[in-house]
Design a protein around this ligand. Sequence first.
Ligand code: HEM
Length: 394
Amino acid sequence: MSPEHTAMQFPRDPLAAVTHPDPYPYYASLVAERPFYRDEALGLWVASSAAAVTAVLTSDLCRVRPPAEPVPRALLGSPAGDIFGHLVRMNDGPGHCPFKQAVSATLDSVDRTQAAEQSKTSARILWDELEPAAEPRRLTEFAFGLPVFVVGSLLGVARDRLTETARWTGDFVRCLSPLSTPEQIEQSKTAAGHLLDLFRSLLAGQRTGGLLGTLAAEARRLGREDVDVIVANGIGFLSQSYEATAGLLGNTVLALISHPGAREQVTGDSDLLGHVVQEVLRYDPPVQNTRRFLAGSGELFGRQVKEGDAVLVVLAAANRDPAANPDPGRFEALRASRRHFTFGAGPHECPGEALAASIVEAGVRQLLASGLRVEDLARPPRYRVSGNARVPIW
Ligand code: HEM
């Protein structure tokens, strides 16, 4: 670590980095000096360079959950545990593929125009409901609500149930974080029960039409009829969208505040907003890291690892690896051949990338069209408490 970087400037470790005001010089030092190392204090291996992150995410030794604890103990026997245990995101092997194919085919069935139209309509409805222009703090609620309004509407959730669906999703996702309090875990279980009831009745009444119907049809085509799996992964569309898309919206607003050049580009030609969002995904991503767990002992990126070890995969650091992107500290909306790891890589790569970008573009367009000047928004004082998501709170 270079001497000019003091402990005061750098975050304590890669977990504290997630919500640090500027973790990127620290990430650059990891990439340059310790691309794959063992952090004894955290009890984790840490992968940060583009090559190390790719090696971990594509390794046959790595799993998305500790093999001895496929569902967190605190959730066992609860509605939240029932959902968690069936999510493709939380399974490898037969619990992942072929159902992942059904999930991907379902999301691919939404074309760009449909995604853009639904995002625009939902952004207008939610903006009118919350009026963030009158109270900028409501931008936070707008950012979290919008992905649920868009994805929920596409799934087939009725307009008059979207607000409670957004609340339940917010409560449910708490169980996915190791930082949640016992009280939040209890709220999460209750919310999971509501979401299960809603999605079961939706599926029962929706054999065709709506993304939940498409998911059921795709699952049937692959010989997977299990209603619990279909319902859980329908809910998974909401929970996977929630924080990450809110973070992308917030970080795009921050980028427009701190990069006047990008703001002028977007004001002059709103088609450039899509490029700005893509650069935010690389430069200041809403998902900073993910984890993997060793199912066996062996060699990983040149180091001997043991069964049961855990790896923190720092996607946000890999985005700033000069081997992946030249001049990585520069914000360049029209960057040529951009490479980022924000949606993961390998078998668990995110299938929602196009939809997420569409939601965020519509949300930011709505904000700009409302007359609210982004340069007048004070920088948010803090980020939502999280060990992996970087989501500004206004
Ligand atoms: C900016 C927004 C988003 C970001 C940054 C993001 C990021 C990610 C990442 C990093 C993963 C892989 C995690 C891992 O391998 O450990 C993932 C998985 C997933 N995401 Fe997203 N996501 C976003 C939005 C969405 C949306 C809108 C949807 C669907 C509506 C979605 C659905 C999923 C699903 C189903 C998985 C599990 C895939 C699997 O395990 O095979 N995501 N996402």
